[in-house]
Design a protein around this ligand. Structure first.
Ligand SMILES: Nc1ncnc2c1ncn2[C@@H]1O[C@H](COP(=O)(O)OP(=O)(O)OP(=O)(O)O)[C@@H](O)[C@H]1O
Length: 503
């Protein structure tokens, strides 16, 4: 064991939300210069622990120290900022301000009169140079790449004196190159003594980046170990409390082609200028089609066009022979398209409403006679969804705002399934979902298809694409490859990165 004073040490932490015990006597120790992963299933308590050690939530019991000193008083924001910072998926940077302005937001020392812009830019340049961040301080934040925004956030946190940076799913919006450059930067900073706490459901990345891992399960600490001493199967069983069930990297079984049957969903020369070129796809009953592509490939825009969130500039979408009115979500829903959006906070949920209300939002007309909604019917319906999707909640009445991120995503899925769609369109459906739930969620998509519907999964996650019967890869808005089930990771990644051959 290292003799160093830990960058952060938390012990005996208890946190309750009403009847829910989110943290039950947990601990966490991160050493200086260490990259430490905190993993666990959805609802295990990871985000709650982060809130406690960043001063956002007051624990009901327990102690936290930073470099051996007691944590600041609750509410003393400036003091907390000098200890620790969390870089969230949704960045806090102000898009219209420059990098320099963002770096010194709320701390321009104007000497009481006006801001010295030249001095500000110089200080920003010095600060970025100090942490080896190659970004022009005059660039507007909105023109930065996702990983550059994270670098700026990290530099900002370090400039307040923080020695511990928490990264919450930092690779979620990055392509392969972005991930590489983020990892290289983190390695650099680690060698300068900065400690990282890495929250992720991507266990592969935990192995690539971290030296130690802590597992929480059901609000409790299960283990802390050097990553090198824990194989993936043991890590997964620590998270789930069950013996690992072998390799989870399964592929859809090749199935008889349903040639000849009418496609449930098809597009005819569908295009969205600036996003993707005219495209003809056909998805037959029982088929799951994967549309693979990295960040700027146009695959997300295609998904949004299929479900009517964006209006195609040419071509049409046809469901069971009927042309869907372009650019209209209600028409798409009526035509039988179900949608699992990527960004659950913006597009998915009404956070202040209950799980039951959110899960049944699109089927209110089926929950009682003559436009009434029977609470008992709503509860019953929601209860069925809660069990089939394994949603961790105190019950159908719980507000969605009280669910963990991954469990909120499951409510979004429940809602899309509620209408029994003819064609299900899912954009990165397992983002933020834990390993075990990932399998069951993808299994649900598979089942929807097996029951005769069509499903489309739009993603850059190989595990999402493995359940597909067929995958097309988009690069810069064009189809560059097409595979039947059984593709290799290498060839699909190459196609998404634009270095693959056209199949
Ligand atoms: N504000 C809140 N009100 C009520 N319950 C909450 C609140 N925040 C979290 N919880 C509950 O605390 C438990 C732990 O949630 P937490 O968000 O810490 O999980 P997590 O491990 O971060 O999960 P995920 O991987 O899904 O993000 C969950 O049961 C959740 O429902």
């Amino acid at each position: 064991m290292s003799q160093a004073v830990p960058a952060v040490h938390a012990e005996g932490i208890v946190k309750r939300f009403g009847p829910t015990v989110a943290l039950d006597d947990v601990r966490l120790t991160v050493q200086p210069g260490e990259s430490h992963a905190l993993v666990g299933r959805n609802g295990a308590g990871k985000s709650t622990l982060v809130s406690v050690i960043t001063g956002l939530h007051r624990a009901d019991a327990g102690q936290v120290t930073f470099s051996g000193e007691p944590a600041p008083a609750f509410g003393d924001t400036a003091a907390w900022q000098s200890k620790v910072a969390c870089v969230y998926q949704k960045s806090m940077v102000v898009p219209d301000l420059t990098v320099a302005e963002n770096l010194f937001l709320n701390r321009f020392d104007s000497g009481g009169r006006w801001i010295n812009w030249k001095g500000l830019r110089r200080r920003a340049a010095d600060l970025l140079a100090e942490y080896g961040v190659e970004v022009d301080p005059n660039t507007r934040a909105k023109d930065l790449t996702v990983e550059q925004v994270q670098f700026v956030e990290i530099a900002r946190a370090l400039s307040f004196g923080a020695k511990l940076i928490i990264l919450d799913e930092p690779t979620a919006q990055l392509d392969a190159r972005g991930i590489q450059s983020l990892f290289a930067k983190l390695h650099d900073l680690q060698s300068q003594g900065v400690a990282f706490l890495f929250i992720s459901h991507h266990l592969q990345e935990v192995y690539e980046l971290c030296t130690a891992v802590t597992v929480y399960r059901d609000a409790r600490h299960v283990l802390t170990a050097p990553v090198a001493e824990l194989n993936k199967a043991d890590l997964v069983s620590a998270m789930t409390g069950e013996k690992a069930a072998g390799a989870s990297a399964w592929h859809a079984a090749p199935r008889p082609a349903s040639e000849g049957t009418e496609p449930v969903l098809r597009t005819e020369a569908l295009a969205l200028e600036g996003e993707f070129d005219p495209l003809d796809i056909e998805v037959r009953p029982g088929e799951v089609l994967g549309i693979a592509g990295a960040a700027a490939s146009g695959n997300t825009a295609l998904g949004e066009t299929l479900v009517g969130m964006r209006k195609a500039t040419a071509g049409r979408v046809v469901v069971r022979g009927v042309t869907v009115k372009p650019g209209s979500v209600p028409h798409s829903l009526d035509a039988g398209i179900g949608y699992i959006p990527e960004d659950r906070h913006r597009q998915g949920l009404v956070l202040e409403r209950s799980v039951a209300e959110n899960a049944t939002l699109t089927v209110a007309d089926q929950l009682g006679p003559w436009g009434t909604v029977l609470p008992s019917r709503t509860r019953e319906f929601a209860q069925a969804m809660i069990s089939s999707l394994d949603i961790k909640t105190t019950g159908p009445e719980q507000k969605v705002s009280g669910l963990s991120g991954g469990n909120q995503q499951k409510v979004v899925v429940a809602r899309a399934l509620a209408r029994k769609p003819s064609a299900l369109v899912a954009v990165r459906p397992t983002a933020g979902v834990d390993v075990k739930s990932k399998d069951s969620l993808l299994g649900v998509v598979r089942r929807v298809a097996d029951e005769g519907s069509a499903a489309v999964i739009i993603s850059d996650e190989l595990d999402d694409l493995r359940v597909c019967d067929r995958v097309i890869a988009l690069f810069h808005g064009r189809v560059v490859a097409e595979y039947d089930s059984g593709w290799t990771d290498g060839e699909l990644v190459a196609a998404m990165e634009g270095v693959g051959e056209r199949a």
